[in-house]
Design a protein around this ligand. Sequence first.
Ligand code: AOF
Ligand code: ZN
Length: 374
Amino acid sequence: MSDLQQDEFFMRRAITLARKAWGQTHPNPLVGAVIVEGGNVVAEGFHAQDGGPHAERVALANLGRAPKPGATLYVTLEPCSTHGRTGACCDAIRESGIRRVVVGATDPNPAHTGRGFEVLKAGGIDVTSGVLATECADLNLIFNQWIATGGPLLAAKVAITLDGKIACRTGESKWITGEAARADVHAWRRYFPGIGAGAATIMKDNPKLTARTASGEVWCPLRFVFDGLLRTVTDAHLPDVYTDEFRDRTIVVTTQHGGMGYVKKLRNMGVQVWVMDTPTQRVGFADFRRKCVEEKIGGVYFEGGAQLISELLRSRQLDYLFAYRAPLLFADDKAKTMFTGLRPERIDQAVRLSEVRNEVFGDDSLMRGRVTYP
Ligand code: AOF
Ligand code: ZN
Protein backbone atom coordinates (compact mmCIF):
# COMPACT_ATOMS: atom_id res chain seq x y z
CA MET A 1 0.00 0.00 0.00
CA SER A 2 1.21 3.51 -0.79
CA ASP A 3 1.17 6.13 1.98
CA LEU A 4 -1.97 7.69 0.51
CA GLN A 5 -3.71 4.32 0.27
CA GLN A 6 -2.78 3.62 3.85
CA ASP A 7 -4.09 7.02 4.99
CA GLU A 8 -7.35 6.46 3.12
CA PHE A 9 -7.70 2.97 4.58
CA PHE A 10 -7.54 4.24 8.16
CA MET A 11 -9.67 7.29 7.36
CA ARG A 12 -12.38 4.92 6.10
CA ARG A 13 -12.30 3.22 9.47
CA ALA A 14 -12.65 6.61 11.17
CA ILE A 15 -15.67 7.39 8.94
CA THR A 16 -17.27 4.08 9.90
CA LEU A 17 -16.78 4.94 13.57
CA ALA A 18 -18.23 8.44 13.11
CA ARG A 19 -21.39 6.88 11.64
CA LYS A 20 -22.02 4.97 14.86
CA ALA A 21 -23.60 8.13 16.26
CA TRP A 22 -25.73 8.67 13.11
CA GLY A 23 -28.45 11.24 13.90
CA GLN A 24 -27.48 11.51 17.57
CA THR A 25 -25.02 14.41 17.70
CA HIS A 26 -27.02 17.42 16.45
CA PRO A 27 -26.19 20.24 16.37
CA ASN A 28 -22.65 18.87 16.77
CA PRO A 29 -20.96 16.93 13.94
CA LEU A 30 -20.34 13.22 13.45
CA VAL A 31 -16.63 12.65 14.04
CA GLY A 32 -14.53 9.47 14.18
CA ALA A 33 -10.89 8.91 15.14
CA VAL A 34 -8.38 6.05 15.16
CA ILE A 35 -4.86 5.76 16.53
CA VAL A 36 -2.47 3.64 14.46
CA GLU A 37 0.88 2.21 15.59
CA GLY A 38 3.10 0.16 13.30
CA GLY A 39 0.31 -0.21 10.73
CA ASN A 40 -2.25 -1.46 13.27
CA VAL A 41 -5.26 0.25 14.82
CA VAL A 42 -4.63 0.37 18.56
CA ALA A 43 -7.50 2.62 19.69
CA GLU A 44 -10.74 4.02 18.30
CA GLY A 45 -13.22 6.72 19.26
CA PHE A 46 -16.18 8.70 18.04
CA HIS A 47 -18.23 11.68 19.18
CA ALA A 48 -21.35 10.03 20.59
CA GLN A 49 -23.57 12.98 21.47
CA ASP A 50 -23.82 16.74 21.60
CA GLY A 51 -21.95 18.03 24.66
CA GLY A 52 -20.04 14.76 25.06
CA PRO A 53 -16.29 14.21 24.67
CA HIS A 54 -14.80 14.65 21.22
CA ALA A 55 -13.68 11.73 19.07
CA GLU A 56 -9.95 12.39 19.48
CA ARG A 57 -10.18 12.45 23.28
CA VAL A 58 -12.25 9.28 23.29
CA ALA A 59 -9.64 7.49 21.17
CA LEU A 60 -6.79 8.72 23.42
CA ALA A 61 -8.71 7.63 26.53
CA ASN A 62 -9.43 4.24 24.98
CA LEU A 63 -5.73 3.79 24.30
CA GLY A 64 -5.21 4.10 28.04
CA ARG A 65 -1.45 4.71 27.80
CA ALA A 66 0.94 7.05 26.03
CA PRO A 67 1.02 6.52 22.25
CA LYS A 68 4.26 4.90 21.04
CA PRO A 69 6.75 6.96 19.03
CA GLY A 70 5.60 6.94 15.42
CA ALA A 71 1.90 6.69 16.31
CA THR A 72 -0.55 8.45 13.96
CA LEU A 73 -3.96 9.87 14.79
CA TYR A 74 -6.59 9.79 12.03
CA VAL A 75 -9.64 12.02 12.49
CA THR A 76 -12.49 12.81 10.10
CA LEU A 77 -12.74 16.48 11.16
CA GLU A 78 -10.09 19.11 11.88
CA PRO A 79 -9.37 18.92 15.63
CA CYS A 80 -10.88 21.80 17.59
CA SER A 81 -8.55 24.51 18.81
CA THR A 82 -10.81 26.32 21.31
CA HIS A 83 -12.19 25.28 24.66
CA GLY A 84 -15.91 24.71 24.05
CA ARG A 85 -17.90 22.53 26.42
CA THR A 86 -14.88 20.24 26.31
CA GLY A 87 -11.17 21.09 26.21
CA ALA A 88 -9.50 21.76 22.86
CA CYS A 89 -8.57 18.52 21.09
CA CYS A 90 -5.42 20.17 19.72
CA ASP A 91 -4.17 20.49 23.32
CA ALA A 92 -4.97 16.86 24.10
CA ILE A 93 -3.14 15.72 20.95
CA ARG A 94 -0.07 17.83 21.71
CA GLU A 95 0.07 16.62 25.29
CA SER A 96 -0.28 12.99 24.22
CA GLY A 97 3.01 13.13 22.31
CA ILE A 98 1.50 12.02 18.98
CA ARG A 99 3.67 13.42 16.20
CA ARG A 100 1.52 12.82 13.13
CA VAL A 101 -2.15 13.70 12.54
CA VAL A 102 -4.16 12.90 9.40
CA VAL A 103 -7.37 14.90 8.95
CA GLY A 104 -10.37 14.47 6.65
CA ALA A 105 -12.54 17.59 6.43
CA THR A 106 -11.71 21.12 7.54
CA ASP A 107 -14.04 22.26 10.35
CA PRO A 108 -16.50 24.79 8.83
CA ASN A 109 -17.01 26.27 12.32
CA PRO A 110 -15.53 29.78 11.87
CA ALA A 111 -14.01 29.52 15.37
CA HIS A 112 -11.95 26.56 14.17
CA THR A 113 -11.48 26.66 10.39
CA GLY A 114 -7.80 26.14 9.62
CA ARG A 115 -6.68 27.06 13.14
CA GLY A 116 -6.42 23.43 14.23
CA PHE A 117 -3.85 22.79 11.51
CA GLU A 118 -1.82 25.83 12.55
CA VAL A 119 -1.89 24.95 16.25
CA LEU A 120 -0.82 21.36 15.60
CA LYS A 121 1.97 22.40 13.24
CA ALA A 122 3.19 25.00 15.73
CA GLY A 123 3.48 22.13 18.18
CA GLY A 124 5.84 20.35 15.80
CA ILE A 125 3.23 17.85 14.63
CA ASP A 126 3.25 16.60 11.06
CA VAL A 127 -0.24 17.29 9.64
CA THR A 128 -1.78 15.76 6.51
CA SER A 129 -5.17 17.28 5.68
CA GLY A 130 -7.87 16.63 3.10
CA VAL A 131 -7.77 12.81 3.13
CA LEU A 132 -11.21 11.65 1.90
CA ALA A 133 -12.31 15.22 2.63
CA THR A 134 -15.51 14.99 0.56
CA GLU A 135 -16.66 11.81 2.31
CA CYS A 136 -15.79 13.25 5.71
CA ALA A 137 -17.67 16.51 5.03
CA ASP A 138 -20.62 14.51 3.68
CA LEU A 139 -21.09 13.01 7.16
CA ASN A 140 -22.21 16.41 8.37
CA LEU A 141 -24.80 17.83 5.99
CA ILE A 142 -26.74 19.34 8.90
CA PHE A 143 -23.83 20.55 11.02
CA ASN A 144 -22.16 22.16 7.98
CA GLN A 145 -25.35 24.11 7.21
CA TRP A 146 -26.11 25.08 10.80
CA ILE A 147 -22.62 26.33 11.59
CA ALA A 148 -22.37 28.30 8.34
CA THR A 149 -25.88 29.84 8.23
CA GLY A 150 -27.22 29.50 11.76
CA GLY A 151 -30.28 27.77 10.32
CA PRO A 152 -31.68 24.34 9.50
CA LEU A 153 -31.12 22.18 6.43
CA LEU A 154 -34.48 21.83 4.69
CA ALA A 155 -34.25 18.69 2.56
CA ALA A 156 -36.71 16.72 0.46
CA LYS A 157 -36.86 13.12 -0.62
CA VAL A 158 -38.54 12.11 -3.85
CA ALA A 159 -39.00 8.69 -5.43
CA ILE A 160 -39.57 9.08 -9.15
CA THR A 161 -39.64 7.21 -12.44
CA LEU A 162 -37.10 8.01 -15.13
CA ASP A 163 -39.63 10.48 -16.51
CA GLY A 164 -40.00 12.23 -13.14
CA LYS A 165 -43.41 10.77 -12.21
CA ILE A 166 -44.52 9.86 -8.71
CA ALA A 167 -47.78 8.02 -9.49
CA CYS A 168 -49.75 6.54 -12.40
CA ARG A 169 -52.76 8.42 -13.72
CA THR A 170 -54.87 6.35 -11.26
CA GLY A 171 -52.84 7.62 -8.31
CA GLU A 172 -51.13 4.30 -7.68
CA SER A 173 -47.66 5.02 -6.27
CA LYS A 174 -46.65 1.97 -4.22
CA TRP A 175 -43.92 1.27 -4.84
CA ILE A 176 -41.89 3.21 -7.35
CA THR A 177 -38.54 2.26 -5.84
CA GLY A 178 -37.42 -1.10 -4.45
CA GLU A 179 -36.68 -2.27 -0.96
CA ALA A 180 -33.01 -1.28 -0.81
CA ALA A 181 -33.83 2.33 -1.69
CA ARG A 182 -36.63 2.38 0.85
CA ALA A 183 -34.29 1.07 3.53
CA ASP A 184 -31.93 3.95 2.75
CA VAL A 185 -34.83 6.36 3.29
CA HIS A 186 -35.24 4.93 6.79
CA ALA A 187 -31.57 5.63 7.48
CA TRP A 188 -32.00 9.27 6.44
CA ARG A 189 -35.13 9.57 8.59
CA ARG A 190 -32.90 8.60 11.48
CA TYR A 191 -30.32 11.23 10.49
CA PHE A 192 -32.68 14.21 10.48
CA PRO A 193 -34.13 15.65 13.72
CA GLY A 194 -37.46 16.20 11.95
CA ILE A 195 -39.56 14.77 9.11
CA GLY A 196 -42.13 16.87 7.25
CA ALA A 197 -45.24 16.01 5.24
CA GLY A 198 -48.19 17.96 3.86
CA ALA A 199 -51.84 17.57 4.78
CA ALA A 200 -52.67 15.81 1.49
CA THR A 201 -50.05 13.13 2.11
CA ILE A 202 -51.19 12.60 5.70
CA MET A 203 -54.81 12.20 4.58
CA LYS A 204 -54.03 9.94 1.62
CA ASP A 205 -51.36 7.64 3.10
CA ASN A 206 -51.78 7.99 6.89
CA PRO A 207 -47.99 7.50 7.21
CA LYS A 208 -46.27 6.77 10.53
CA LEU A 209 -43.25 8.93 9.72
CA THR A 210 -41.02 6.85 11.96
CA ALA A 211 -37.73 5.14 11.11
CA ARG A 212 -36.85 1.49 11.50
CA THR A 213 -33.21 1.37 12.54
CA ALA A 214 -30.75 -1.30 11.41
CA SER A 215 -31.23 -3.11 14.74
CA GLY A 216 -34.99 -3.26 14.15
CA GLU A 217 -36.03 -0.70 16.73
CA VAL A 218 -38.42 2.11 15.88
CA TRP A 219 -37.18 5.68 16.10
CA CYS A 220 -39.53 8.62 16.00
CA PRO A 221 -38.10 11.99 14.96
CA LEU A 222 -40.13 15.18 15.29
CA ARG A 223 -42.98 14.81 12.80
CA PHE A 224 -44.10 18.04 11.14
CA VAL A 225 -47.50 18.09 9.49
CA PHE A 226 -48.00 21.14 7.27
CA ASP A 227 -51.66 21.92 7.31
CA GLY A 228 -52.54 25.62 6.95
CA LEU A 229 -56.28 25.02 7.36
CA LEU A 230 -56.18 21.97 9.65
CA ARG A 231 -57.80 19.77 7.00
CA THR A 232 -56.28 16.70 8.68
CA VAL A 233 -58.44 17.21 11.78
CA THR A 234 -62.13 16.36 11.69
CA ASP A 235 -64.61 15.30 14.35
CA ALA A 236 -64.91 11.91 12.69
CA HIS A 237 -61.32 10.97 11.94
CA LEU A 238 -57.72 11.58 12.97
CA PRO A 239 -54.52 10.29 11.34
CA ASP A 240 -52.21 7.98 13.28
CA VAL A 241 -49.55 10.64 13.85
CA TYR A 242 -52.02 12.45 16.16
CA THR A 243 -53.03 9.40 18.16
CA ASP A 244 -50.12 6.96 18.31
CA GLU A 245 -47.64 6.53 21.16
CA PHE A 246 -45.31 9.16 19.66
CA ARG A 247 -47.98 11.86 19.26
CA ASP A 248 -46.07 14.24 21.55
CA ARG A 249 -43.39 14.26 18.83
CA THR A 250 -45.88 15.44 16.21
CA ILE A 251 -45.92 19.18 15.49
CA VAL A 252 -48.76 20.50 13.36
CA VAL A 253 -47.70 23.63 11.53
CA THR A 254 -50.76 25.69 10.73
CA THR A 255 -51.99 29.28 10.34
CA GLN A 256 -54.40 31.40 12.32
CA HIS A 257 -56.95 30.46 9.62
CA GLY A 258 -56.96 26.86 10.82
CA GLY A 259 -59.70 27.02 13.45
CA MET A 260 -58.78 27.45 17.09
CA GLY A 261 -61.17 24.72 18.23
CA TYR A 262 -59.13 22.08 16.46
CA VAL A 263 -55.86 23.61 17.69
CA LYS A 264 -57.14 23.15 21.23
CA LYS A 265 -58.30 19.64 20.51
CA LEU A 266 -54.85 18.67 19.21
CA ARG A 267 -53.07 20.24 22.17
CA ASN A 268 -55.38 18.46 24.59
CA MET A 269 -54.41 15.19 22.94
CA GLY A 270 -50.72 15.98 23.52
CA VAL A 271 -49.93 16.98 19.92
CA GLN A 272 -47.87 20.17 19.52
CA VAL A 273 -49.19 22.94 17.29
CA TRP A 274 -47.32 25.88 15.80
CA VAL A 275 -49.75 28.57 14.71
CA MET A 276 -47.88 30.72 12.19
CA ASP A 277 -48.97 34.29 11.72
CA THR A 278 -49.52 34.65 7.98
CA PRO A 279 -51.86 36.57 5.71
CA THR A 280 -52.27 33.53 3.46
CA GLN A 281 -53.83 30.19 4.27
CA ARG A 282 -50.60 28.36 3.67
CA VAL A 283 -47.55 28.08 5.89
CA GLY A 284 -44.60 30.04 4.50
CA PHE A 285 -41.36 28.09 4.55
CA ALA A 286 -39.22 31.15 5.31
CA ASP A 287 -41.30 31.56 8.49
CA PHE A 288 -40.93 27.88 9.23
CA ARG A 289 -37.17 28.16 8.84
CA ARG A 290 -37.07 31.06 11.33
CA LYS A 291 -39.12 29.04 13.80
CA CYS A 292 -36.68 26.13 13.45
CA VAL A 293 -33.83 28.51 14.30
CA GLU A 294 -35.69 29.60 17.45
CA GLU A 295 -36.38 26.01 18.42
CA LYS A 296 -32.84 24.87 17.48
CA ILE A 297 -34.04 22.25 15.03
CA GLY A 298 -31.10 21.58 12.71
CA GLY A 299 -32.80 19.86 9.81
CA VAL A 300 -36.08 18.63 8.38
CA TYR A 301 -36.51 15.86 5.80
CA PHE A 302 -39.64 16.46 3.73
CA GLU A 303 -41.25 13.39 2.27
CA GLY A 304 -44.19 14.76 0.38
CA GLY A 305 -46.27 15.39 -1.34
CA ALA A 306 -45.54 16.90 -4.70
CA GLN A 307 -47.32 20.16 -3.95
CA LEU A 308 -45.49 20.79 -0.69
CA ILE A 309 -42.08 19.99 -2.13
CA SER A 310 -42.71 22.06 -5.27
CA GLU A 311 -43.68 24.94 -3.02
CA LEU A 312 -40.47 24.58 -1.04
CA LEU A 313 -38.59 24.78 -4.32
CA ARG A 314 -40.61 27.71 -5.69
CA SER A 315 -40.03 29.69 -2.50
CA ARG A 316 -36.30 28.89 -2.78
CA GLN A 317 -36.31 27.33 0.66
CA LEU A 318 -35.28 23.83 -0.36
CA ASP A 319 -31.61 23.35 0.55
CA TYR A 320 -30.99 19.71 -0.30
CA LEU A 321 -32.61 17.07 -2.48
CA PHE A 322 -32.57 13.27 -2.34
CA ALA A 323 -33.89 11.95 -5.67
CA TYR A 324 -34.32 8.16 -5.90
CA ARG A 325 -34.93 7.13 -9.49
CA ALA A 326 -36.40 3.81 -10.51
CA PRO A 327 -35.95 2.17 -13.94
CA LEU A 328 -39.59 2.81 -14.87
CA LEU A 329 -41.26 4.89 -17.55
CA PHE A 330 -44.94 5.88 -17.45
CA ALA A 331 -44.72 8.05 -20.56
CA ASP A 332 -48.10 9.50 -19.70
CA ASP A 333 -48.72 13.22 -19.38
CA LYS A 334 -51.63 12.41 -17.04
CA ALA A 335 -49.32 10.57 -14.64
CA LYS A 336 -48.48 12.67 -11.61
CA THR A 337 -45.32 14.81 -11.88
CA MET A 338 -43.10 15.58 -8.93
CA PHE A 339 -41.96 19.15 -9.54
CA THR A 340 -44.09 21.94 -10.96
CA GLY A 341 -44.28 25.70 -10.90
CA LEU A 342 -41.03 26.95 -12.40
CA ARG A 343 -40.73 28.11 -15.99
CA PRO A 344 -37.10 28.23 -17.07
CA GLU A 345 -36.69 29.30 -20.68
CA ARG A 346 -33.02 28.51 -20.83
CA ILE A 347 -31.01 25.68 -19.33
CA ASP A 348 -29.02 28.12 -17.23
CA GLN A 349 -32.25 29.18 -15.54
CA ALA A 350 -32.79 25.67 -14.18
CA VAL A 351 -32.39 24.71 -10.56
CA ARG A 352 -29.23 22.64 -10.28
CA LEU A 353 -27.78 20.32 -7.69
CA SER A 354 -24.21 20.80 -6.55
CA GLU A 355 -21.96 18.69 -4.33
CA VAL A 356 -23.68 15.79 -6.08
CA ARG A 357 -23.41 12.23 -4.76
CA ASN A 358 -24.63 9.24 -6.76
CA GLU A 359 -25.41 5.97 -5.04
CA VAL A 360 -26.91 2.71 -6.26
CA PHE A 361 -29.61 0.70 -4.46
CA GLY A 362 -30.39 -2.45 -6.42
CA ASP A 363 -31.77 -1.28 -9.77
CA ASP A 364 -32.59 2.16 -8.38
CA SER A 365 -30.20 5.05 -8.06
CA LEU A 366 -30.05 7.98 -5.70
CA MET A 367 -28.79 11.34 -6.86
CA ARG A 368 -28.51 13.74 -3.96
CA GLY A 369 -27.04 17.20 -3.60
CA ARG A 370 -27.35 20.77 -2.49
CA VAL A 371 -29.99 22.78 -4.33
CA THR A 372 -28.64 25.87 -6.06
CA TYR A 373 -30.97 28.45 -7.54
CA PRO A 374 -30.31 30.45 -10.71
C1 AOF B 1 -13.43 17.85 17.23
N1 AOF B 1 -13.83 16.58 17.52
O1 AOF B 1 -15.39 15.08 17.99
C2 AOF B 1 -16.09 17.26 17.51
C3 AOF B 1 -15.67 18.57 17.15
O2 AOF B 1 -19.37 22.38 22.35
P1 AOF B 1 -18.24 21.45 22.04
O3 AOF B 1 -17.12 21.56 23.03
O4 AOF B 1 -18.68 20.04 21.82
O5 AOF B 1 -17.59 21.97 20.67
C4 AOF B 1 -18.35 21.88 19.51
C5 AOF B 1 -17.53 22.31 18.32
O6 AOF B 1 -16.36 21.51 18.21
C6 AOF B 1 -18.32 22.08 17.02
O7 AOF B 1 -18.98 23.25 16.63
C7 AOF B 1 -17.22 21.71 16.05
O8 AOF B 1 -16.58 22.86 15.52
C8 AOF B 1 -16.22 20.96 16.92
N2 AOF B 1 -16.59 19.54 16.97
N3 AOF B 1 -14.35 18.80 17.00
O9 AOF B 1 -12.24 18.13 17.21
C9 AOF B 1 -15.10 16.25 17.69
N4 AOF B 1 -17.39 16.97 17.72
ZN1 ZN C 1 -12.45 18.67 19.76
